[in-house]
Ligand binder design. Structure first.
Ligand SMILES: Nc1nc2c(ncn2[C@@H]2O[C@H](COP(=O)(O)OP(=O)(O)OP(=O)(O)O)[C@@H](O)[C@H]2O)c(=O)[nH]1
Ligand SMILES: [Mg+2]
Length: 683
């Protein structure tokens, strides 16, 4: 179908794992005639979960791009994973669409990912809709709707309702009469209209006077209420039985914003170091602007960069600039993507979600543009910082270089995956969001790249700092044959409680010498010595942070003073000072959100306390579910996935992310310090 920007409807399916997002996408593709018959996630034959690993896991693990035509509209939908471990892929898809469709089901409860994306959507001004799926399965759907309104606000109003025991849906936006499984249609209709008219004073008055408003007159205010986040329409469906799905598609075509009507995106122009907000409009003749929201390694076409066109028109001759790169990048072939299939496109207009292959320099979150004045970028949504680590080592001989290449490709595809090569512990630590995330990546490493690795819990990434002020001194003197080495340094150290921007790598280095006791040319050498210790640690071999160092005196020798002598003197004087300044070890703490059956709260709480953690709150959820919020040291959470599984019989899940650093208890510090064997190589 040839379409214009106004006909495009972009939305992402987001929400709770196993609520039926992939199944819903499949039903939509059937209804639009893209496929003849719906595949099943458990049979591994859906369009969206096409990847081998997704078939093995029975869950989406990456976002999938799909498109279809319905009632004169062109839908671009992105099916995203609902598992907390893959939330990076769900969040990554949000800047590409006008509307978020959050899929829930009564039996699984609301879940942490749905809550997280709803919150992000509200903060970022992204219109939202909710689909309550699996109405065929029965359960307390009315109670669940209440829980949804309690959690996300009374702006969540049904526009249709389950009827005839979950075998049908009945409209309550366009209809006033009838009986649904949740009660009178009229009551829900009134609730919805009450909510909509609040965005329009004139209409509100008319409504108060006349008591009713024709549905056609409510269309514009409906769209406006949705754009303003004043209305979150709720639809009911059974994706498996294809009930309410055509209804939903009709409403999307009729009521959801097109790219021309969607809320403005937070693009900024960076020009000579200044950042200014700019307006990007869905004008096909404007300067091309697109945002790269996903990078994938496609088994058939290689590196695939998926981007959303926000302004202007892209074709094979467009040479957009990427970020601050002055040189244009030739796009050559532009594709649209449906599951694993790609189809070449001549042009991409505002609102299109497309891909290009074989462009090495383009990365996730880049903006591609032809702005005449500066560099453009999108204030995108920060992704969670990966905290769950495994130290990895190849078991395949001679595969180190191959492992490095494979991991570089994997981290390029997944910004929530990181590799850290620790110079102190000599470990290579792969970090991700959780155990499942890393397990999926290790499986990929084996299947796609033929590399097997052994894993073990990594050493904890402690940091060193000081809690008091102290002075340190070292005189370095060495005579070897002819010329010698001489340098003497006195310095002070003090903790910095609020790091400032001019500190690099946690250090503020100050020259407080006077009278030429240390010639100026040796100060950089002293700073170099100090910085070496900052990296390697003074008491336990971990990087030091938040410290101020002031060199206030020293001595030099006209012949024997050289740079290397002051590097050593600076190093030793610094270690001397730190040892006297009440050094402590800091360890990373993580925030936890643990979703469990409510009868497990007691066991979960005592287990968390046993891990030196603190419970911060508990939310009761429908369906005898509870969410426990807690904080705990990362080092104690390495084995948590298994423990949670055994406490809850597999029914619990958790998400964690970096929170802050805290001082380790004295007994932990004593053990770590005792195990540290400094290797000194400088004399
Ligand atoms: N009874 C019933 N089962 C459904 C329905 N929709 C999906 N299912 C089943 O629920 C399970 C999960 O469905 P998916 O479509 O994979 O769920 P998802 O939301 O994509 O899950 P993630 O990819 O993990 O986020 C599958 O076994 C589906 O067959 C429905 O409407 N009714
Ligand atoms: Mg899925």
């Amino acid at each position: 179908m040839a379409y214009k920007t106004e006909n495009i409807r972009n939305f992402a399916l987001l929400g709770t794992s196993a609520a039926g997002k992939t199944t819903l996408a499949e039903a939509m593709l059937v209804n639009a005639g893209v496929i003849g018959r719906a595949g099943k996630v458990e049979d591994g034959n859906t369009v969206s979960d096409w990847d081998e690993l997704e078939k093995q896991f029975g869950h989406s693990i990456d976002s999938s791009l799909l498109y279809l035509d319905h009632n004169g509209s062109h839908f671009n939908l992105i099916d995203t994973p609902g598992r907390g471990d893959f939330i990076g892929k769900a969040i990554g898809a949000m800047p590409a669409v006008e509307t978020m469709v959050v899929v829930l089901d009564a039996a699984s409860g609301i879940g942490p990912v749905a809550r997280r994306v709803m919150k992000l959507g509200r903060e970022r001004n992204l219109p939202r809709a909710i689909v309550i799926n699996k109405i065929d399965a029965g359960g307390d759907i009315g109670g669940f709707l209440e829980a949804v309104r309690e959690t996300f606000g009374s702006e969540c109003c049904p526009i249709n309702l389950p009827a005839h025991g979950g075998s049908d849906v009945i409209r309550c936006f366009q209809e006033v009469d009838g009986e649904s499984d949740l009660g009178n249609v009229a009551d829900f209709h009134t609730q919805l209209v009450d909510q909509i008219v609040e965005v329009d004073e004139v209409l509100m008055e008319k409504y108060l006077e006349e008591g009713e408003i024709a549905p056609e007159q409510l269309l514009q205010p409906f769209r406006r209420a949705m754009r303003e986040g004043h209305l979150v329409p709720v639809c009911f469906a059974s994706a498996r039985d294809n009930i309410g799905v055509t209804e939903l598609m009709d409403q999307i075509a009729r009521l959801f914003p097109s790219p021309a009507e969607g809320n403005a995106r937070p693009f900024v122009r960076i020009e000579g170091g200044n950042r200014s907000d700019i307006e990007v409009t869905a004008d096909p003749s404007g300067d091309p602007v697109a945002h790269v929201f996903k990078v994938a390694s496609d088994p058939f076409v290689g590196k695939l960069c998926c981007f959303r066109v926000h302004q202007g028109t892209f074709d094979s001759s467009t040479n957009p600039r990427v970020g601050d790169n002055r040189k244009g990048t030739r796009l050559a072939h532009i594709f649209r993507v449906c599951g694993k299939d790609t189809e070449e496109l001549k042009t991409a207009i505002p609102g299109d979600i497309v891909a290009v292959s074989k462009i090495e320099e383009v990365q996730y979150d880049n903006t591609m543009h032809l702005d005449g004045q500066g560099e453009l970028s999108l204030r995108s949504i920060p992704l969670p910082r990966p905290m769950f680590g495994l130290a990895i080592e190849t078991t395949t001989k001679g595969a180190e270089a191959k492992l490095g290449d494979a991991i570089a490709k994997m981290t390029m595809e997944d910004p929530t995956l990181e590799i850290e090569r620790n110079a102190v512990t000599h470990e290579q630590v792969l970090r991700g969001i959780g155990e499942l995330h890393l397990r999926a990546k290790l499986q990929l490493l084996k299947d796609r790249y033929g590399i097997e690795v052994s894993t073990r819990p990594p050493k904890v990434a402690y940091k060193e700092t000081i809690t008091g002020n102290a002075e340190g001194h070292h005189r370095h003197k060495k005579q070897s044959g002819g010329s010698g080495q001489f340098g003497e340094v006195y310095l002070r150290v003090e903790p910095v409680t609020e790091p400032t921007e001019d500190m690099t790598n946690g250090l503020m280095f100050v020259d407080d010498t006077f009278g030429g006791s240390v010639p100026k040319q040796y100060l950089p050498a002293i700073e170099k010595g100090v910085r070496l210790v900052m990296q390697e640690g003074a008491i336990a071999g971990y990087p030091i942070q938040n410290i101020k160092v002031a060199v206030y005196d020293g001595k030099h020798h006209p012949v024997d003073s050289k740079e290397v002598a002051f590097v050593t003197a600076g190093k030793r004087a610094f270690i001397d000072a730190i040892k006297k300044a009440h050094p402590v070890l800091l360890e990373p703490f993580v925030k936890l959100e643990i979703t469990i059956p409510s009868n497990a709260i007691g066991d979960i709480s005592s287990d968390i306390s046993g891990r030196r953690g603190r419970i911060q709150g508990t939310d009761m959820m429908p369906g005898n579910q509870a969410v426990v919020f807690a904080e705990a040291p990362l080092s104690e959470m390495m084995t948590y996935a298994n423990q949670l599984k055994s406490i809850t019989g597999g029914a619990g899940s958790f998400a964690m992310e970096y929170s802050h650093d805290e001082t380790t208890p004295p007994n932990v510090q004593a053990d770590v310090v005792a195990a540290f064997k400094p290797h000194d190589s400088d004399d």
